[in-house]
Design a protein around this ligand. Structure first.
Ligand code: FAD
Length: 408
């Protein structure tokens, strides 16, 4: 029997789920709204988990997306520690892991992803951590005081940010990347080499083209064995090798999916009355030439949430937001706009040695993305070039005597 019914149920209390509830109320949606959240905390910001929160620079309370009173005042019911395990799309009923049955008028699926785990021997030893939730980071921080060596697996943003935060805390860090450069999947070579050099300069041992064979230890981790035979001593291993979209119940209910749940420009899945937003939503992105992709960013989570909310209240809306992202490592603030995948030319503007520069990506002569390091002006002005898909002479882009604004 259905215990409760809400006009809109949002599954997942992360960035996308929280923003969907906020947007519904901003759109004057007067119906009942609930968020079913697997985690025990009110919605909080995830990016600081590998930055200020890991470095112990920011307490958890400052991570909350909104204070508790906000949700009660707006009559958004948040059911914490309640994970949805099944969706009946015909009856419009959800089942949770605590045995509850909750009915919905419209469903917004916003469940993000689970960290991809290692599959090799030793992957479940004590001391092996992911960084996805507050719980993950609290467990890691609890082990940190006694830790002498940290090994980070994965040279993506989360791995690099974790390496920076732990270095700041005085821990010796070795970072292991399978490919021949860090950030290989998301950035051009100049940016990768810059961040690699920065980490090395701060004392991080960066190993490229390195493959993990197993994690060694009896009860707790002792080290990480590489394919070349080297054993990297470790008391803590951080695994930052991506996420697996948390979509099983929706797929079992019949939603079309590939790498993520397929959604249209209104964030509707192929199931009636079911939307999907955030990290899990595989959508045709105008800035990826219309290719179906997932984006793992706060921008995408928030903007898709607004589109789903507007569609629910009957407003016309299409998801065509400009992708943007940021990463903080040491005193470096990277801001990126657009999607660089598929670029055929990368122009370096400014001097990486000066620790303030940009990489501007072109395809077919048009600007498609900008990575700006400690270069806010380039980020802001470069954004306009990306929006316009501007055709600009690469020599002009590289000329710091000219502002990017002048090139539009
Ligand atoms: P999430 O925020 O992951 O929220 C999903 C929620 O759903 C989780 O709480 C999960 O527990 C819950 N859930 C899952 N399954 C169920 C279920 N069956 N029932 C109920 N609840 C469920 N992006 C940036 O733009 N800039 C950054 O600097 C940046 N840094 C990051 C650093 C870290 C450490 C991480 C982990 C991510 C970072 N990101 C960053 C990415 C960004 O945080 C995500 O893109 C964003 O959180 C996606 O929002 P979401 O709501 O789709 O997923």
């Amino acid at each position: 029997m259905t215990e409760a019914r809400y006009d809109v149920v949002i599954v997942g209390g992360g960035h996308a789920g929280a923003q969907a509830a906020i947007a519904l109320r901003q759109e004057k949606f007067a119906g009942t709204v609930a968020i079913l959240a697997a985690e025990p905390e009110l919605p909080y910001e995830r990016p600081p988990l590998s930055k200020e929160y890991l470095a112990s620079d920011k307490p958890f309370e400052r991570l909350l997306i909104r204070p508790a009173t906000f949700w009660t005042e707006r009559e958004v019911d948040i059911l914490l520690a309640e994970a949805v395990i099944a969706v009946d799309a015909a009856e419009r009923v959800l089942r949770t892991d605590s045995g509850r049955a909750i009915g919905y008028g419209e469903l917004i699926w916003a469940t993000g992803g689970a960290p991809r785990r290692l599959t090799c021997d030793g992957h479940a030893l004590r001391g092996v951590h992911a960084i996805r939730t507050r719980g993950d980071v609290d467990r890691l921080l609890a082990e940190l005081p006694g830790a002498r060596q940290v090994v980070v697996l994965g040279g993506g943003y989360i791995g690099l940010e974790a390496a920076a935060a732990l270095t700041k805390l005085g821990k010796p860090v070795t970072l292991v990347e399978t490919l021949d450069r860090v950030l290989a999947r998301v950035a051009g070579e100049p940016l990768s080499r810059f961040f690699e050099a920065e980490h090395r300069a701060r004392g991080v041992r960066v190993l490229l083209n390195a493959r993990v064979v197993c994690v060694e230890g009896s009860d707790k981790v002792d080290g990480v064995r590489l394919a070349d035979g080297e054993l990297l001593p470790a008391d803590i291993v951080i695994v930052g090798i991506g996420i697996v979209p948390a979509i099983e119940p929706l797929v079992a209910a019949g939603a079309s999916a590939g790498d993520g749940v397929l959604v249209d420009a209104q964030c509707r899945t192929t199931l009636p009355h079911v939307f999907a937003i955030g990290d899990i939503a595989a959508h045709a992105n105008a800035f990826a030439d219309g290719a179906t992709i997932r984006l793992e960013s706060v921008q995408n989570a928030n903007d898709q949430a607004v589109i789903a909310a507007r569609t629910i209240v009957g407003r016309e809306a299409r998801y065509e937001a400009m992708p943007w992202f940021w990463s903080n490592q040491y005193d470096l603030k990277l801001q990126t706009v657009g999607l660089s995948a598929g670029f055929d030319e990368a122009v370096v503007r400014g001097e990486p040695a000066a620790r303030s520069f940009s990489v501007i990506y072109l395809r077919g002569g048009r600007v498609i993305a900008v990575d700006a390091v400690n270069a806010v002006k380039d980020y802001v002005q470069g954004r306009a070039l990306v929006v316009a898909g501007a055709k600009v002479d690469p020599a002009d882009l590289a000329n710091t005597g000219k502002s990017l604004k002048e090139l539009l």
